[in-house]
Design a protein around this ligand. Structure first.
Ligand SMILES: Nc1nc2c(ncn2[C@@H]2O[C@H](COP(=O)(O)OP(=O)(O)OP(=O)(O)O)[C@@H](O)[C@H]2O)c(=O)[nH]1
Ligand SMILES: [Mg+2]
Length: 428
């Protein structure tokens, strides 16, 4: 992380009047005592920077600043320095507390707007006094356009996940450079075997995008790719003189592939590669674990990024619903929403299962993911759900230790209260 040049970090500025808890917020989000906190207004005098890795944004730097209402001669200098900081941040958090949104805040908001810097208002100290609907209306009326508002308690660690979701939303699109699909798992000269079923669902005369992208990415790593149908896998592996470094299969044939791949050969699925590529694999793996807590009568949202023509035995509309019902031992209400029909309110659902999202960008996928987690509704994707339902998810997560650990922890995690979970996620 230290190797990342400064300019390649997302700069997140934390602004607001004195004593609202800016330093406390930076300490809570980074999980470290970066800035001194005290009840004396004017504690922070110079900008304090803290660089860290903030999944899924990558390398970021938080900049804690001196209060922008600072009075007196020395105060003026500090205000100038803070204003200079405004010029170099990519996104900003305007911190305040319930009932406090006056000239100082309006001025900071205006300065950010002038610079085209996206920002959110953070209402801190909600443990002490939560914001009233009138206060939220007041903030919206003071700024044009109305900024997103996140209630938090820096001291109790509440709302930090929502804050992370907002940061994902505020970060510039080009910040979300896509990570490698598979090439980083292979060294030059190593072989990956790709298992691609050619069934009714396969498009005529070509491969689907994740398969093509995987082949290209393997070649970019100077590694080698062999593509087989699931029925050929066992023979193909036997004929190899060296074991492959990786086997990647379509989720629909994961059970057969797991059976035909020797236990000491790492294997995964295209869906898992896509989950990592487009989203946050660890969070989606946690979402898969939540299938365990589905009960008859629960509602599950199947979300498709595009409106494709459903096939007779469509994976999202037929197969996954059938397996879910078998797994939960009763009627699970499954609703399918495609394209823009994705609902804002996810509270009726016990789980969201998203498609592989080959047509949407990483930022859009991450926004959906954090949006759902914030509403305390776990999200996973088709392939992870299928692997879970077939009992092979731990195996196909093996090449990704952090995601596997998150999955193992998740069953216990989902039993905790939403507040406890928020604190856990908050320790970003
Ligand atoms: N109840 C409550 N108090 C908080 C919270 N966050 C911060 N405080 C308290 O508010 C006071 C100011 O906190 P700081 O983090 O120093 O505030 P600041 O905005 O950095 O202040 P300056 O550096 O002086 O501008 C301290 O006494 C904190 O303990 C919170 O979430 N809840
Ligand atoms: Mg401070």
């Amino acid at each position: 992380m230290r190797d990342t040049p400064k300019g390649l970090r997302l700069h997140i500025g934390v602004f607001g009047r004195r004593n609202v808890g800016k330093s406390s917020l930076v300490n809570a989000v980074t999980g470290q005592p970066v800035s001194i906190v005290s009840d004396t207004p004017g504690t922070t005098t110079d900008p304090v920077e803290k660089a860290q890795e903030l999944s899924p944004l990558g390398p970021v730097v938080f900049i804690d600043t001196a209060g922008l209402d600072d009075a007196g001669a020395l105060g003026e200098l500090r205000v100038k320095r803070t204003e200079k900081t405004l010029d170099r941040v990519d996104v900003a958090l305007l911190v305040t507390e319930s009932g406090v949104f006056g000239d100082d805040e309006v001025r900071i908001a205006a300065m950010l707007s002038e610079r085209d810097t996206p920002f959110a208002v953070v209402v801190n100290k909600i443990d002490h006094s939560p914001p009233t609907p009138e206060f939220l209306d007041h903030i919206a009326a003071c700024c044009d356009p109305a900024p997103p508002v996140i209630p938090v308690s820096a001291v109790q660690g509440l709302g930090l996940l929502a804050l992370k979701e907002i940061l994902v939303r505020l970060a510039p699109d080009d910040w979300f450079a896509e990570p490698r699909l598979v090439g980083d798992l292979l060294r030059a000269g190593e072989l990956a075997v790709l298992v691609v079923p050619i069934d009714l669902g396969a498009p005529k005369g070509r491969l689907i995008l994740p398969q093509v992208q995987a082949i290209r990415d393997i070649l970019d790593s100077d590694a080698r790719a062999m593509v087989v149908k699931e029925r050929e896998l066992r023979d193909a592996l036997e004929q190899l003189t060296h074991k492959p470094a990786l086997v990647v299969c379509d989720s629909q044939v994961v059970l057969k592939t797991a059976g035909d791949t020797p236990a000491d050969v790492p294997m995964t699925t295209f869906s898992i590669l896509m989950a990592r590529f487009k989203g946050d694999l660890a969070r989606l793996a946690e979402g898969a674990a939540a299938i365990d807590r589905l009960r008859p009568g629960d509602r599950v949202l199947i979300a498709e990024a595009c409106t494709h023509h459903p096939l007779a035995d469509d994976i999202g509309r037929v197969k996954i619903p059938r397996w879910l019902r078998q797994y939960a031992g009763g009627a699970i209400q499954v609703e399918v929403k495609a394209g823009a029909a994705y609902p804002e309110d996810l509270s009726p659902y016990a789980l969201v299962i998203h498609c592989g999202a080959c047509v949407v960008n990483r930022k859009a996928m991450l926004s959906r993911l954090y949006h759902s987690i914030r509403q305390d509704v776990p999200m996973t994707n088709y392939g992870l759900a299928i692997s879970f339902l077939q009992g092979v998810l731990p195996r196909v997560l093996l090449p990704f230790p952090a995601a596997r650990a998150a999955f193992e922890k998740a069953r216990e995690t989902w039993r905790r209260s939403p507040q406890e979970r928020d604190v856990m996620h908050g320790g970003i």
